[in-house]
Design a binder for this molecule. Structure first.
Ligand code: ATP
Ligand code: MG
Length: 206
């Protein structure tokens, strides 16, 4: 076989397999007929949970949708997404757990208080049908530490407006939470720069 024939054969094979794939995908698209908000859980030990959630924030904003973000952990430093949203997207309802929980706090009662105040805000948003996309960043830790009641959170997610999408991020969260979410992605920690001694990077990690 000449090189040209080999290329032609490969192209034809590719075309056939793409056609097959397309018909499979089309059939699946045809089957998906439910139009409703989606509940997503982004979990696992790998990097990419919160940044994926903020990717969806950008998508929703692109369509002029109403977006709200509630962060259950106050980071050690400001994050780029917070700076950007506060400066350029005043319409985004951005709420961060105030002086409460950080990885460094030792005061359990103050943490619980802060978690509950933050949840009260989240709960309001979970009842607001004008909100198209709601991000509950790092919520799972509040369940893991028993600062918030998992059953109450699950109920509020289930009872949210039909068209509202909600994204929960964080490790763990429990099997009951997984059960009620429509999409669950577990990000695997194959490698992380931090373990090789590379410092957290502005614009990449925060
Ligand atoms: P990101 O916000 O970058 O998407 P994440 O939400 O998946 O990360 P978090 O546990 O919330 O993960 O982590 C926040 C910070 O910790 C980020 O700076 C991130 O790069 C870092 N991080 C995430 N996963 C790991 C890991 N497996 N090892 C070390 N650092 C990590
Ligand atoms: Mg995160």
């Amino acid at each position: 076989m000449t090189e040209e024939n080999k290329t032609q054969a490969r192209d034809a094979k590719h075309k056939a397999s793409m056609e097959k794939l397309k018909s499979k995908v089309d059939a699946r698209i045809e089957q998906a007929s439910i139009e409703k908000g989606v509940a997503l859980l982004l979990t696992g030990n790998g990097k990419g949970k919160s940044s994926s959630a903020f990717g969806m924030v950008m998508r929703a904003l692109g369509y002029g949708q109403k977006v709200a973000v509630v962060q259950f952990i106050k980071g050690k430093q400001l994050s780029g997404e917070e700076l950007y949203l506060r400066d350029h997207c005043p319409k985004v309802d951005f709420y961060q757990m105030g002086t409460g929980f950080t990885w460094n706090t030792q005061d359990r009662q103050a943490d619980i208080q802060a978690a509950q105040e933050t949840w009260a805000h989240a709960e309001k948003l979970l009842k607001d049908d004008s909100v198209d996309l709601l991000v509950l960043d790092e919520l799972t830790y509040m369940i893991a530490y028993d600062y918030l009641d998992a059953a109450k959170i699950i109920q509020a997610i289930e009872d949210r407006p039909y068209e509202q999408s909600v994204v929960v991020t964080g490790r763990g969260g429990g099997s009951n939470l997984r059960e009620v979410m429509d999409t669950v992605s577990e990000i695997n920690d194959v490698k992380h720069a931090f373990k090789a001694g590379i410092k957290a990077r502005r614009g990449v990690d925060y």
